[in-house]
Design a protein around this ligand. Structure first.
Ligand SMILES: *Cc1c(COP(=O)(O)O)cnc(C)c1O
Length: 345
């Protein structure tokens, strides 16, 4: 395998920096399952406060955050409304069917976002033969939507719809802080539109592991047995929580750099014949690149990029995904664009 010098496959590929590792080395630890790990408790408090919720819980992954939120809030047979591109539908190994045992109604949104009208139409009439609509789920930012940001006003209208129909609501906030930095809307304001919300530490924030889910005290009480059941309870998790605290101090504002690099990359790629991407649609750190009219297929381009030390994923024969993050700088993005152009010429 060739060495990857420029990693644009995903922001999950970030490695902990030396300063983050130093913070981890200093962490005060205890038994997390017993509520005795002070650093984990501090992280949970910090995230609850950031999101304006009563309480929060540290778990090993964002996927577990989603699974717990659905398991606590849905009964088997209930229905969850989500965009067809949602992570809970496509990348959680069928978890909702196994764990919450809920159904998901996929909506045909644009760039990962459905409209208020689509959500309203998707609601079940509430008669005996139909599943009951239970949860409205959104992803901020929408991953397969190219990192698009749900406008606050849309989220607020979905909140009203949920209230009208006695539904719960959940935000997969894997990249919520990207949306916050790009839009200037606070995390609290976005989070106020849903009952449960989480942030991922292991994406753009650069931590090795972890997600933190927040909601009411009662929700977190009920989340605990699910975390235990799923094997997510930990012991001296302070070393991991310390990375999270470090990231919240140092790696949030700098997401703006990733967004600028993503926009630069999009602008450069858009100039290549046969490559289509509108830089104006790149709101955060994810690019979905249409190479349907390029001379090579997406997997071929991906392979040749890799041979040149640049990794970008092929999503299907005609589209590719690139994600910027703290381990790729402007020069790296520029080199990736040069190589991409050379391959397609
Ligand atoms: C990465 C991701 C997740 C899952 O997070 P993990 O920490 O990798 O389990 C969930 N939702 C979205 C939108 C993601 O991008």
């Amino acid at each position: 395998m060739s060495t990857i010098e420029i990693e644009l496959f995903s922001d999950t590929k970030t490695k902990p920096s030396q300063a983050m590792l130093d913070a981890m080395m200093q962490a005060e630890c205890g038994d997390e399952q017993a509520g005795e790990d002070p650093t984990t408790l501090a992280l949970q408090e910090r995230v609850a406060d950031l999101l304006g919720k009563e309480a929060a819980l540290f778990v090993p992954s964002g996927t577990m955050c989603n699974q717990i939120a659905m398991a606590v809030q849905c009964q088997p047979g209930d229905e969850i409304i989500a965009d067809k591109t949602a992570h809970i539908i496509n990348f959680e190994a069928g978890g909702p069917a196994v764990i919450a045992r809920a159904m998901i109604k996929p909506l045909d949104g644009i760039r990962g976002q459905y409209t208020l009208e689509q959500a309203r139409e998707a609601l079940r009439a509430g008669f005996r033969h139909a599943p009951s609509s239970k949860m409205i789920a959104v992803e901020q930012t929408a991953n397969l939507g190219g990192g698009s940001i749900w406008p606050l006003a849309v989220l607020q209208s979905l909140k009203e719809l949920a209230a009208e129909h006695n539904l719960v609501s959940h935000m997969d906030g894997a990249r919520l802080l990207n949306a916050v930095v790009a839009s200037g809307v606070s995390a609290k304001d976005y989070a106020a539109t849903v009952d449960t919300v989480w942030i991922d530490l292991s994406k753009g924030l650069g931590c090795p592991i972890g997600g933190v889910i927040a909601g009411t005290k009662d929700f977190i009480e009920q989340a605990w047995p699910w975390k235990q059941r799923l094997g997510g309870s930990m012991r001296q998790s302070g070393v991991l929580a310390a990375a999270g605290l470090y990231a919240l101090d140092h790696n949030v504002d700098r997401l703006a750099i990733d967004h600028a690099n993503a926009r630069t990359l999009a602008t450069r790629l858009a100039q290549i014949p046969g490559v289509k991407i509108d830089p104006l649609t790149v709101e955060t750190n994810i690019l979905i690149i249409d190479v349907g009219e390029a001379a090579l297929s997406a997997p071929e381009i991906s392979e040749r990029l890799l041979a040149g030390g640049v990794r970008m994923g092929a999503m299907n024969p005609t589209s590719m995904r690139a994600v910027t993050h703290l381990d790729v700088d402007e020069a790296g993005v520029s080199r990736a664009a040069d190589l991409f152009a050379e391959i397609c010429s």
